[in-house]
Design a protein around this ligand. Sequence first.
Ligand code: SAM
Length: 293
Amino acid sequence: MEHVETGHFPVLKKQVLFYINLKKGGVYIDATYGRGGHSACLLDSEKSISLYALDKDMEAVMAARERFRGIDNFKAIHSGFEDIDQVIEREGITRLDGVIFDIGFSSCQIKDGERGFSFQEEGPIDMRYDRSKPLTAWEIINRWDRNNLIWIFENYGEINKSRKLADAIIERRKAKKFESTLELAGFISEYYGYRKKIHPATKVFMALRIAVNDELEALRKGLDKAGKALSEKGRLVVISFHSLEDRIVKRYMKETPFMKIITKRPVSAEEEELDINPESRSAKLRAAEKNEE
Ligand SMILES: C[S@@+](CC[C@H](N)C(=O)[O-])C[C@H]1O[C@@H](n2cnc3c(N)ncnc32)[C@H](O)[C@@H]1O
């Protein structure tokens, strides 16, 4: 069982393989290596490809180098996919047959309390994919002003009554700063005063994570640059996990004149996959092909 070894269950593997449509001798980029589920799947399926794998998280890159040590047609690179153009230039990539994006965090990241992504694991309020960057969620929750908090709660968390929430956070941090994930999650639960089916901290943590990593802008840039860099008939395969991301993907594929959508509707996990990995329920895959003619 791959996820037992790597700590992450790759979603929609079969569908990724189908839509990426590997060509013999083709050149591919896995823009979000994670724990390499999709990379391994591509390399196992077609030995003649060259694969470059990016991740913003150095731990993921180290894991990639360890896992594929001695494999000449694979290279792991520490980079955000928003800078995919620079990677392509640096590596001298002149042909690009496909790029995969599997957006968000990996199971390894969410389960590791030290990374601060989870409201169920004790840890610092961090949430950076790239720990060499200065902005953390601690900084946002403890230091950002009211307007900025309201903005991210509304736009990244789609939270109702975000003004009141921002005010409550500001009142509380005057007395005592938020220091840990569980402390913050507990405060949010108490603030809402009841337990919904979905933990009330879900949206706040999502808003913070998106802001810390500037995720939506990174996705817009990544898609745009990857699309431009693809060779004719090159494929873009994107998996997203929430509507904010999916909207960006859908819009990019629809509105970019040289991209032709090949998934009429977003592709979701089949029952068989849902049984073994219920978290795949929210995954949506969209694919497009470059066609400049
Ligand atoms: C859902 S996981 C990918 C899982 C992977 N497909 C697998 O099968 O193991 C998403 C990964 O993307 C990385 N990531 C998030 N934003 C990124 C960005 N802007 N550029 C590159 N990697 C990013 C995260 O660090 C995380 O490791």
